[in-house]
Design a protein around this ligand. Structure first.
Ligand SMILES: NC(=O)c1ccc[n+]([C@@H]2O[C@H](COP(=O)([O-])OP(=O)(O)OC[C@H]3O[C@@H](n4cnc5c(N)ncnc54)[C@H](O)[C@@H]3O)[C@@H](O)[C@H]2O)c1
Length: 333
């Protein structure tokens, strides 16, 4: 019998890449993609696998306990890789409740179902470097104290702690990954890199928060997915694994590279009022996953960024498909 993996949030950016990798590389695996189809989802992200015989979609809102219970009652599930989340920091500052509901309550409902099923379903909780808050210097290790600086990262930290608590008290077999900022095809147009690319393609200004010197350790989504897959297969239960390139770059530098790639003048880069509580720098020590599981990133930023820009240039229906009026306004004006 084939192993059935529940991938949550598979209509979003990273989850859809992960599903594609899984179906391509694991012939003995079936995928159940459970996603609430919220604003950041795009069914076109999985267009190439939607008719795959080992793929199956269910619309489920994880924040609703009854819906999650129904999912587990109706589907045989052997493992879970949990991507589903509200993921945009700016939105969490405007309104935190959806983050609490999806990210904490949603994770809680999954943990409950795993416990009810006898704690035999292995689960990977996909988390973020943002749970440590801003790191002025040096690197954070997997046991650094959590100090989230915005409601998004607080909700991810809360979910991670629920996972660890369920592991300790109920033996729920869970392992956590924490990754740095992802980029690549299929990322929602409200996120920094797609937003800058789409605006540059239209000859618009490239807005950056504050002085633009905030540093992020950008990693290509496919490198992240390879890390998650290794952790799914070989990660030790109850453990946390960092995933990152360990090559932090300032947002200003990213904007300059995009402007140069699309022949836009540097004066198009405009500094706008900073986001409240904006973390200056994240920096993960990723030696554990490299040493213990043999993972390392293989896509250099220059190469990945060039491919990503080309991908957005080639899209016609993809981003128009889910862009709301609000998003259109933000990318076009
Ligand atoms: N994007 C990054 O740079 C990054 C970095 C590290 C970790 N992560 C984590 O990776 C995961 C995926 O991030 P992403 O960038 O692909 O996000 P995304 O916003 O592109 O996709 C999230 C998906 O989750 C779904 N979803 C949201 N709430 C749900 C709910 N209550 N029930 C079911 N589905 C729900 C959405 O519909 C969407 O399809 C998140 O958990 C995020 O915290 C992201």
């Amino acid at each position: 019998m084939k192993k059935r993996i529940l991938v949550t949030g598979g209509m979003g950016f990273i989850g859809s890449h992960y599903i594609r990798t899984l179906l391509a590389e694991e012939p003995e695996v079936e995928v159940v993609n459970a996603d609430a189809l919220k604003y950041a989802s795009n069914p076109l992200n999985v267009r190439d696998v939607e008719d795959h015989p080992r793929y199956h979609f269910r619309q489920v809102d994880l924040s609703r306990g009854d819906d999650v219970a129904e999912l587990f009652a109706e589907e045989r599930i052997d493992e879970i890789v949990h991507f589903a989340a509200e993921s945009h920091v700016d939105r969490s500052i405007q309104s935190s409740l959806p983050f609490l509901k999806s990210n904490i309550t949603g994770t809680y409902h999954l943990l409950e179902e795993v416990q009810k099923a006898g704690s035999t379903i292995r689960m990977v909780q996909v988390s973020t470097d943002e749970v440590y808050g801003s790191v002025d210097e040096g690197h954070t290790s997997e046991d650094t104290v959590l100090a989230p600086g915005n409601p998004y990262s607080a909700s991810k930290a809360g979910a991670d702690l629920f996972c660890l608590a369920y592991y300790k008290t109920h033996g729920v077999p869970v392992v956590i990954t924490r990754c740095t900022n992802n980029y690549g095809p299929n990322q929602h147009p409200e996120k920094l890199i797609p937003r800058l690319i789409l605006r540059a393609l239209k000859g618009r200004t490239l807005p950056l928060y504050g002085d633009g010197r905030q540093e992020r350790d950008w990693i290509h989504v496919r490198d992240h997915c390879r890390g998650v897959e290794l952790v799914r297969k070989k990660g030790e239960l109850g453990e946390i694994y960092h995933i990152g390139a360990e090559k932090p770059v300032a947002n200003l530098e990213i904007a300059k590279r995009i402007a140069a790639a699309l022949q836009q003048p540097l004066f198009h880069i405009q500094h706008v009022r900073d986001r409240p509580g904006h973390d200056r720098r994240y920096s993960l020590d990723t030696s554990k996953i490299r040493r213990e599981l043999g993972w390392e990133p293989v896509i250099p930023l220059d190469e990945g960024l060039t491919d990503t820009i080309r991908w957005y240039q080639q899209q016609t229906d993809w981003y128009d498909g889910f862009m709301t009026d609000e998003l259109k306004e933000r990318t076009e004006t």
